[in-house]
Design a protein around this ligand. Sequence first.
Ligand code: FAD
Length: 467
Amino acid sequence: RKADVECRMLVLGAGPGGYTAAFRAADLGLDTVLVERYPTLGGVCLNVGCIPSKALLHAAAVIDEAAHAKEYGIDFGAPKIALDALRAYKEKVVGQLTKGLAGMAKQRKVRVVQGSGRFVSPHELEVQGEGGTQLIRFEQCIIAAGSQPVKLPGFPWDDPRVMDSTDALELAEVPKRLLVVGGGIIGLEMATVYRALGSEVTVVELAGQLMPGADADLVKPLADRLKKQGVAVHLQTKVAEARPQKNGIACTFDGASIPETKPFDRVLVAVGRAPNGNRIDAHKAGVTVTERGFIPVDRQMRTNVPHIFAIGDLVGNPMLAHKATHEGKLAAEVAAGEKREWIARVIPSVAYTDPEIAWVGVTETEAKAKGLKVGVGKFPWAASGRAIGLGRTEGVTKLVFDEASHRVIGGGIVGPHAGELIAEIALAIEMGAEAADIGHTIHPHPTLSESVAMAAEVYEGTITDLY
Ligand code: FAD
């Protein structure tokens, strides 16, 4: 069969991994086709992930900040929320970025083919679009088909009151009572948004702490604040049954801490994401896919088939946009013949809750579990002039050092802007910085960034009078 389209490089999926890979490949002179099933580029991150969630979290932060201002004599009154306008704002933010991507693709002469792709051979992909089926023949390929929300069985998914993260971001309404199943990053970000907009929020989490993965002492300030704001958190608990009723979704629970059983107006299930590796007939190209749908790759992002690469959520955890973009660039460069490989030591994680929680490298919990010889420097924000001025003294900055070399190997921050502050620690780890390098770097005063230098000084013993 004759191919409808021929190209040197085919990229399957236009999320942060895919569009970065396609743009880099085109910049390096490869004739590139980008296949995406949805009409806009940007994937989960731009359309139904990172970007719309952060736009809504900004609105939530403004509501909370305005309420807080009452404490220092400024009363804005109760917020009046025009949901249509808020939704339009979120859509404008997303639209601006996806339009930008379309322009960048055009500028680079990346050919975008809209439709759902499946491999039919090691050098061919069939794309089913609105206008029919096209066969694309490629020399090399980068698979960037991403992931999708796990649809936990037992929930009445055909009922619109049961939502995944994509539904929750649509902001169809502000439910009076919202149940969030899953106390990880996505669940708690959405809980933050809906609570600020006025929902009564209940969170159930199977693990013994919220945000499993982060150190418990960094999670505590968030848990305390949620409690103060009236969010009911139930740990080591799961939903046993969820039944649709006229007056809501009636749930029963199993576990250590059972919420009051009342029908919920909406239920958000945010228990993780599943890779799309098993949905693209990768086996027809000879590409190995694990049972769970991940595609194994080497340090150059190559699959077991040398001319096919894979990147982003579908090659493994952590499922984060900045990991996908880094991998996308790397795969394109290797495909173009450059001698590159994965050398990043660490990938930062950020929960954009209020307070934010961010961590990078080895956590204290992990260090203890692995028996690593580490020392910890911890700076409580109660001693930061800037944090006091912001009225946010619950923050903590923590650095984890290798005891033998005094090099920083991990860090965690809880507090406003933790997500911005963590980048310095990531850089310090990548640069092999020692405690003295960080402590002796002059940080601007008064900033929250000083807390990073202070944590290093606490470890070094040059600040001793904090506690
Ligand atoms: P994706 O973004 O999943 O893109 C894959 C693309 O491939 C999609 O557009 C899909 O339509 C397309 N595709 C799949 N199969 C086919 C096919 N057969 N044919 C054609 N096209 C196909 N990460 C962060 O780093 N920071 C955050 O703040 C953050 N917030 C998030 C909030 C939410 C609510 C969610 C759900 C996720 C969030 N993430 C965040 C995760 C982030 O969105 C993902 O890690 C990132 O999008 C992964 O990029 P990717 O390129 O691997 O895949």
